[in-house]
Design a protein around this ligand. Structure first.
Ligand code: TMP
Length: 218
């Protein structure tokens, strides 16, 4: 098998956003909500999610390599994704479980494309190469002001390699996310993440509810 199988039965949901948008907190809340609805769910993250992909994450986020070439960064993101998709995400979906993933390929378009300036056509080529026809069923974009998000993220732990970037980098990331969301309104929900945890959680629950009882994934 060279390309991932499209025989999916579970739903594939991704959560995206800039630094400090509250993704980790919301993943936990959404997991409880979906499990309460009787849905068998796997939560995971990118880059990472499996031992090999987590090792690649260590390399990507380490401040020991501040000068990594953007192409290397891009290929490492997709190397981690290939492992994650084949050994964790697809087996779960094929077994009928739902997968809630903290970041996926939209992050590559936003960070490597928008942030680093990599040509989106190169990202699209790798997307097809690694994922074949597999795309998320629903992508929840937690959007908020860049400076507020960065202050939150930087206040809670030591900055990783990405968090050290300048504000302008994250402004480009945000714009790239919003542009993708606007161009694919059927898959995306843009959620104002500057509000309370409860208000954001309510919107996320409403968005995922639209996937319930609507037949099987493709
Ligand atoms: P996290 O902070 O949400 O765990 O994500 C780790 C960092 O990796 C974050 O700064 C965004 C970055 N990233 C990319 O640059 N490209 C990608 O494709 C993914 C999945 C993450």
């Amino acid at each position: 098998m060279n390309q991932p199988s499209p025989k999916r039965r579970g739903r594939f949901i991704t959560l995206e956003g800039g630094e400090g948008a509250g993704k980790s907190t919301q993943v936990e809340g959404l997991k409880r909500f979906l499990e309460d609805q009787g849905i068998a769910l796997v939560t995971t993250r990118e880059p990472g999610g499996t031992p090999v992909a987590e090792a690649i994450r260590g390399l990507l986020l380490s401040r020991d390599h501040p000068a990594m070439h953007p192409d290397t960064e891009l290929l490492l993101m997709f190397a981690a994704r290939a492992e994650h998709l084949r050994t964790l995400i697809l087996p779960a979906l094929e077994a009928g479980r739902w997968v809630l993933c903290d970041r996926f390929t939209d992050a590559t378009y936003a960070y490597q494309g928008g942030g680093r300036g990599v040509d989106p056509a190169r990202i699209a080529a790798l997307e097809v190469w690694v994922q074949g026809p597999v795309r998320p069923d629903l992508t929840l974009l937690l959007d908020m002001d860049v400076k507020t998000g960065l202050a939150r993220a930087r206040g809670r732990s030591e900055a990783d390699r990405f968090e050290q970037e300048a504000v302008e980098f994250f402004e480009r990331v945000r714009e790239a996310y919003l542009e993708r969301a606007r161009s694919e309104p059927a898959r995306y929900r843009i959620i104002d993440a500057s509000r309370s945890v409860e208000a954001v959680a309510g919107d996320l629950q409403q968005a995922v509810s639209s996937l319930m009882g609507t037949g099987q994934g493709t």
